[in-house]
Design a protein around this ligand. Sequence first.
Ligand code: RP5
Length: 164
Amino acid sequence: MKKVAIIMGSDSDLPVVSKAADTLKQFGVPYEVHIYSAHRTPEQAKAFSESARENGFGVIIAAAGMAAHLAGAIAANATLPVIGIPMKSKYLDGIDALLSTVQMPSGIPVATVAIDGAVNAALLSVEILAVSDSELAAKLAEKRAADTQKVLEKNEAAQKQFNV
Ligand code: RP5
């Protein structure tokens, strides 16, 4: 199976981005975590992106905050699907990173998830890999069904508590 790369701009992103790793682990999808910054380590970010396909990756998740150029810079140097996670920061609540990540020019796509949307970034990665992996697709269907069941149980509990 292809690996997912989880790249983040700083170790300060780890508390949120580690949820992507946890989610991939639940699906048994192999992944690697790296800290590369578009601004602080541009050469390393470029080298990683350029060699990602030959190194066995199928999807790259890139998380960054503030003037978040990481996902775009990685996408510029790779033709693998790149999923951007805009990270919330203390000044502009992540709107800065959201706009920096989502507003890519034509030709260099970045699939951007919600601010701090690490779980969805991982799920989208699994969905991409599951296009050609029926076992993984079955695991996704199972998770959807389990999630639906949880909401139905909460609905039932709420009805018992509030509806006479
Ligand atoms: C971005 O700047 C990082 O992705 C992080 O979200 C933000 C702040 O980084 P630190 O100053 O905490 O290292 O590049």
